[in-house]
Ligand binder design. Structure first.
Ligand SMILES: Nc1ncnc2c1ncn2[C@@H]1O[C@H](COP(=O)(O)OP(=O)(O)O)[C@@H](O)[C@H]1O
Ligand code: SF4
Ligand SMILES: [Mg+2]
Length: 348
């Protein structure tokens, strides 16, 4: 068993759009260690959700195309695993998902309890992988003994995510609980199947700031306690700083910098990352922005995708795509001219 849980290499994904083919992921790389909390950080539209969906195997079939690459999870390339096995043993079991909008994930006409028990019927850890992989009646039949064990497991998990009175919560409909409680339920559901990896796609964006902090703390605490790895996408470096062991920054469909949090925040080396850190609100409430616009993914800039906005760009940046290379221990940067000095306004 390797220390690496997930290794995405050279993944290219494009979408057919009315304006042409959008090259959304441009041979992107991502590594997650077992039990590690990794922040996938980038501005809106840079491809975070597309990468998350690629790992989960839920890209829209009619418009998305995977051009190249591999997604090795626990030593198997998910792009080569047959879809039925992926559905029964990996998605929702070994890899679970916490969405941005917890309300949209519940069916309004069924109680929370019936929806969680339906999940357990299919994805319970009480079913071993062999049982889960068998097609036919077995996983669909929720025998009394397994139902009881699963229900007990659900009640314990609701208590672990600090929901008061779990029995009463299970009897409620989704609209009868608050946004924060729904997101706690999502964390509980993500953990219930005893996954190795949770993908949390901007899980707290829809919540108010104080609840966001509580939920993130809870997610970190529960995942760390159980040795579960988390891929946490966010557009906010400050949030990533709070909970992540490792950071991967994306820009326009490419990973620009990957490093352990400490090295990343102390020595950000990519010009984009360095600007991004200075874009955080300053102590006096000001904001230092990055001049220029996010490029079109239908006609992305040749060479480095950041070059039209980069203050360090030279000729080679405008003609040849930089490849990732090491700038420190476990610290990888995709840039010809990495920044060496500490940013003036690093995260405190
Ligand atoms: N189903 C789709 N069809 C066409 N374009 C898409 C689709 N999904 C995402 N995109 C495009 O891919 C780019 C990246 O989107 P996304 O992965 O959602 O970014 P992020 O999660 O970082 O905001 C955007 O330009 C978006 O418009
Ligand atoms: S490769 Fe060149 S353009 Fe791209 S970030 Fe580095 S210095 Fe800037
Ligand atoms: Mg997104």
């Amino acid at each position: 068993m390797t220390a690496e849980l997930l290794r995405v290499r050279d993944l290219a994904v494009s979408f057919a759009t009315e304006g042409g083919t959008a090259k959304v992921l441009d041979r992107v790389n991502l590594t997650i260690g077992r039990g590690q909390i990794v922040g996938l950080v980038g501005e809106s539209g840079c491809g975070k959700t597309t990468l998350a969906r690629s790992i989960l195997g839920v890209l829209p079939r009619n418009s998305a195309q995977i051009g190249s690459g591999s997604i090795v999870f626990d030593d198997a390339d998910l792009l080569k695993v047959d879809p039925a096995t992926l559905e029964r043993t990996v998605r929702g079991r070994q890899i679970s998902f916490i969405p941005q909008d917890p309300y949209g994930s519940f069916n309004p006409v069924f109680t929370i309890g019936s929806q969680i028990m339906e999940l357990m019927k299919w994805k319970s850890p009480e079913l071993n992988d062999r049982q889960a992989a068998r097609s036919g009646w077995l996983p669909r039949f929720h025998g009394r003994q397994r139902y009881r064990a699963d229900r007990q497991r659900v009640l314990e998990m609701l208590a672990a995510v600090q929901l008061p009175n779990p029995d009463a919560i299970l009897a409620k409909y989704p609209h009868e609980v608050s946004g924060g409680q729904r997101q706690r339920l999502m964390i509980a559901m993500a953990l219930l199947t005893e996954p190795k990896l949770i993908i949390a796609d901007e899980p707290t964006t829809a919540l108010d700031v104080t609840i966001q902090a509580q939920i993130l703390k809870l997610l970190r605490q529960l995942a760390t306690g159980r040795g579960v790895a988390v891929l946490f996408t966010t557009h906010d470096l400050g949030t990533a700083y709070e909970i992540c062991d490792r950071i991967t920054v994306m820009y326009a469909g490419q990973e620009m910098e990957e490093a352990p949090s400490e090295g990343f925040f102390n020595r950000p080396s990519h010009p984009y990352t360095s600007r991004l850190l200075r874009s955080l609100p300053s102590n006096d409430g000001g904001l230092v922005g990055i001049p220029g616009e996010i490029p079109s993914l239908v006609n992305p800039p040749i060479g480095c995708r950041f070059h039209p906005r980069c203050e360090y760009a030279t000729e080679i940046c405008c003609s040849q795509r930089p490849e990732p290379h090491d700038v420190g221990v476990d610290h990888v940067v995709r840039c010809y001219h990495p920044v060496t000095e500490k940013p003036k306004q690093a995260v405190q």
